[in-house]
Ligand binder design. Structure first.
Ligand SMILES: Cc1cc2nc3c(=O)[nH]c(=O)nc-3n(C[C@H](O)[C@H](O)[C@H](O)COP(=O)(O)OP(=O)(O)OC[C@H]3O[C@@H](n4cnc5c(N)ncnc54)[C@H](O)[C@@H]3O)c2cc1C
Length: 555
C-alpha cells in the first residue's frame, strides 16, 4: 500500500462514527433521575430488550461504555470520508425470524430500518478455477452443484426439503427463553421426522456433509458458513450442516445504510418511548443493597439507581468481578471460570474504486457475499490451526463482503467498501499482544491470497485500509472476550440450558434484581435479537405482565 494511502488512513481514522448519538437533552436530564430499569451496554440485544421494556411504560436508562451505541452492529467511516464500513457484523440473517421483525412488533421501519436481500446469496471460488454461486432461485443453485455432481445437486434439494420441515421448530426454541415452552427434544419427539433429526443433531456436520455430497467443491461450499463458529469434526454440530441450506430461503440480508441502522433504529425507538441513553459510561460496579442489585456505578464516578432491575450485557467474565464473590454462588463462578472463547478473526476493511470481481463463465460476477477456500481439507484443518495458535498465511479461508454492490449509499458514487475476513487465532505462541506487530503482515498475506481469485483488486484500486486483529476486536468491545465475535463458543457445553452455565440460563442472575442478556445467553451471539427479546420476556413476566400484552399495547 502506498504512503498516500497510509496518510489517508490516518486521517480517516479520526473521522466520526455514523451511528446514533443520544439527544443532548437526554444527557442533561439523566443525572439526578431515578429509573425503573438501568441497562449496562448498548448492543442490539440490550437495546431490543430495552425497547420492549420502554414500550411497557418502564422508565429505562441505557449506559454504553463506548462513544456510540451499537456494539457489534455499528457502522463508521473507518477509512475515508463517505466510506461507511460495518465495524463488526454486516449480515443480519437470523434476526429476520425474530418476532420483533417478522411480526413487525416495534415498527422499526418507522425509525429508519430497511433491509436489502442481495442476489446472488453467496459465491465461493476455488483454486482450480471452479466456483459455486448460490442464487435466491433454488433451481439455479442446484444447477451450480450439478456442474460438479448431479447427485450433489439432488442432495442439496433433499436437505433443503428436510430443513424446511423443521425450521419452525428451531425458531420456536431460539426465540423463547429457556424453559418457556417445549424443549427442542420434546418438539422433535412429536414430529414425524423427529428421530431422523435427533440423530442428525448429535452427529458432526462434517459426517453429514461427507455422507451426502461426493464432490469436494460441493462439500467445501457446504462447509463455508460455519468456519468461524465450530469445528466441522466436532460431535453434536450437525445443525451447522444446514447453515448454507437455511440461507437458501432467508438469503443474507443487509441493512440499507449499514449494520448500525439496526441499533440506531432501536435507540430512536427507546428515546421515543421515554428512555434515556448515555454514552461514554463504562459500568465497573454493581450497587447491591439489602441483597438486591439496586443500580450501577461507572468508571467516571457517576452512579445510577434502578427501582426495579438492572439488565446487563457485560461479559460474564467481567460481570463476576463487579460484585462481591460470595453473592454469585460457587456454581455461577465455576461456570464463568470454565467459559471458553471461540474461533476469531483478523479483518481488513478497504475503501476501493472497484467491487470484488470474480471470473465466471462468460464474464465476471460481483457478489455482496463471497469466500475463497482451497478445499474441504483446508476447512477441516482449521480447528487444528486454532488449537496450536498457528496463523495461516499460505491459504487462509477468507469470507468477503462488498455491501456497496447492493447498497451504493455506503460509499461515494462509483466507489466501494470491501471487508476481508480472515479466520486467525487470538492466542499466539508469543501471546495475543504480538498481534500488534504482525497484523499488517497478516492482512497483506490475506490480500495476496485473495488476488489469486480476484486479480482485478490491484493496488491502484485500493484507496485506504484499516486492519482489525482479534486483539483489536476485543479492545473495541469488551463483550468480544478474547476476540470472540459471539462472546464465546457455541459448542454444546455452552448452548441452550448451559448458556451461560447450567442453572442460570433464564436471564435471571444469582443476585436478585440483576438480569443478563446478550451473546453470553441463549441462543448466543450473532445478530438475532433473540437474547434481547427473550430477556424482556422473562423480565416482563417477573414484573407481572407479559411480552404479548406489551406487543399489543398501542403506543
Ligand atoms: C468482527 C465481527 C464480525 C461479525 N459479523 C457478524 C455478521 O456478519 N452477522 C452476525 O449475525 N453476527 C456477526 N458478528 C457477531 C455479532 O456482531 C455479535 O454476536 C452481536 O453483535 C452481539 O450482540 P450483543 O447485543 O449480544 O452484544 P454486543 O453487540 O457485543 O454489545 C455489547 C455492548 O455492551 C457494551 N459494554 C460492554 N461492557 C460494558 C461495560 N462494562 N459498561 C458499559 N458498556 C459495556 C459494549 O461496548 C457494547 O456496545 C460479528 C462480530 C464481530 C466481532
Amino acid at each position: 500500500m502506498s504512503e498516500i494511502t497510509r496518510r489517508d488512513f490516518v486521517k480517516g481514522a479520526s473521522l466520526a462514527p455514523l451511528a446514533f448519538r443520544p439527544s443532548v437533552l437526554a444527557q442533561q436530564t439523566a443525572q439526578p433521575d431515578r429509573f425503573d430499569i438501568v441497562v449496562a451496554g448498548a448492543g442490539h440485544n440490550s437495546l431490543a430488550a430495552t425497547a420492549y421494556l420502554a414500550k411497557a411504560g418502564y422508565r429505562c436508562l441505557v449506559l454504553e461504555g463506548r462513544p456510540i451505541v451499537g456494539g457489534g452492529a455499528k457502522t463508521a467511516e473507518l477509512t475515508l470520508r463517505g466510506f461507511k464500513h460495518d465495524t463488526c457484523s454486516s449480515t443480519h440473517i437470523f434476526i429476520q425470524a425474530n418476532p420483533m421483525l417478522r411480526n413487525n412488533e416495534l415498527n422499526l421501519g418507522d425509525y429508519g430500518l430497511e433491509y436489502i436481500n442481495p442476489d446472488p446469496i453467496y459465491h465461493t471460488a476455488f483454486p482450480d478455477g471452479g466456483y459455486i454461486t448460490q442464487w435466491r432461485d433454488l433451481d439455479r443453485t442446484c444447477a451450480e452443484f450439478a456442474k460438479f455432481s448431479k447427485k450433489d445437486a439432488l442432495a442439496f434439494r433433499r436437505m433443503y426439503n428436510e430443513f424446511q420441515a423443521v425450521e419452525s421448530l428451531f425458531n420456536a426454541v431460539s426465540f423463547a427463553p429457556v424453559g418457556f415452552g417445549k424443549s427442542l427434544n420434546d418438539r422433535l419427539a412429536e414430529h414425524p421426522k423427529g428421530k431422523f433429526w435427533q440423530r442428525r443433531l448429535a452427529m458432526s456436520y462434517w459426517d453429514i456433509l461427507r455422507d451426502n455430497f461426493e464432490d469436494d467443491h460441493c462439500r467445501a461450499f457446504m462447509l463455508l458458513s460455519p468456519w468461524g463458529h465450530q469445528a466441522p469434526q466436532n460431535p453434536m454440530t450437525g445443525r451447522a450442516a444446514y447453515q448454507v441450506i437455511s440461507q437458501q430461503s432467508t438469503g443474507r440480508p443487509i441493512p440499507k445504510g449499514g449494520s448500525g441502522k439496526l441499533t440506531e433504529a432501536l435507540a430512536h425507538f427507546i428515546e421515543a418511548h421515554g428512555g434515556v441513553i448515555l454514552t461514554n459510561k463504562s459500568v465497573h460496579r454493581l450497587i447491591v443493597e439489602n441483597g438486591k442489585c439496586a443500580g450501577v456505578e461507572c468508571t467516571d464516578g457517576s452512579s445510577y439507581r434502578a427501582d426495579k432491575a438492572v439488565l446487563s450485557t457485560i461479559h460474564i467474565k467481567q460481570l463476576v468481578d463487579m460484585a462481591p464473590r460470595e453473592l454469585w454462588g460457587q456454581d455461577f463462578i465455576d461456570g464463568v471460570d470454565t467459559w471458553q472463547g471461540e474461533t476469531t478473526e483478523c479483518n481488513a476493511s478497504y475503501a476501493t474504486t472497484e467491487p470484488l470481481r470474480f471470473p465466471v463463465e462468460g464474464g465476471t460476477l460481483t457478489p455482496v457475499h463471497s469466500s475463497v477456500l482451497a478445499n474441504s481439507a483446508r476447512a477441516l484443518r482449521f480447528a487444528y490451526d486454532y488449537a496450536r495458535s498457528a496463523v495461516n498465511m499460505e491459504d487462509p479461508p477468507l469470507s468477503l463482503i462488498c455491501a456497496t454492490v447492493a447498497d451504493p449509499t455506503r460509499a461515494p458514487a462509483g466507489m466501494h467498501t470491501i471487508k476481508v475476513i480472515g479466520y486467525q487465532p487470538y492466542d499466539l505462541k508469543e501471546g495475543p499482544q504480538h498481534w500488534d506487530a504482525i497484523k499488517e503482515q497478516v492482512a497483506e498475506s490475506q490480500l495476496k491470497y485473495l488476488r489469486r481469485f480476484t486479480p482485478s483488486l490491484s493496488d491502484d484500486k485500493i484507496l485506504a485500509r484499516i486492519v482489525e486483529s482479534p486483539l483489536d476486536i476485543e479492545r473495541m468491545n469488551p463483550h468480544n472476550w478474547h476476540g470472540s465475535c459471539h462472546a464465546g463458543s457455541a459448542d454444546p457445553a455452552q448452548s441452550g440450558a448451559m448458556r451461560p452455565m447450567p442453572g442460570w440460563a433464564q436471564h435471571r442472575m444469582p443476585i436478585p434484581g440483576l438480569y443478563q442478556t446478550g451473546g453470553t445467553t441463549h441462543p448466543g451471539g450473532s445478530i438475532t435479537g433473540a437474547p434481547g427479546r427473550n430477556a424482556a420476556t422473562v423480565m416482563l413476566k417477573d414484573f407481572g405482565t407479559s411480552i404479548d400484552e406489551v406487543v399489543q399495547k398501542k403506543t
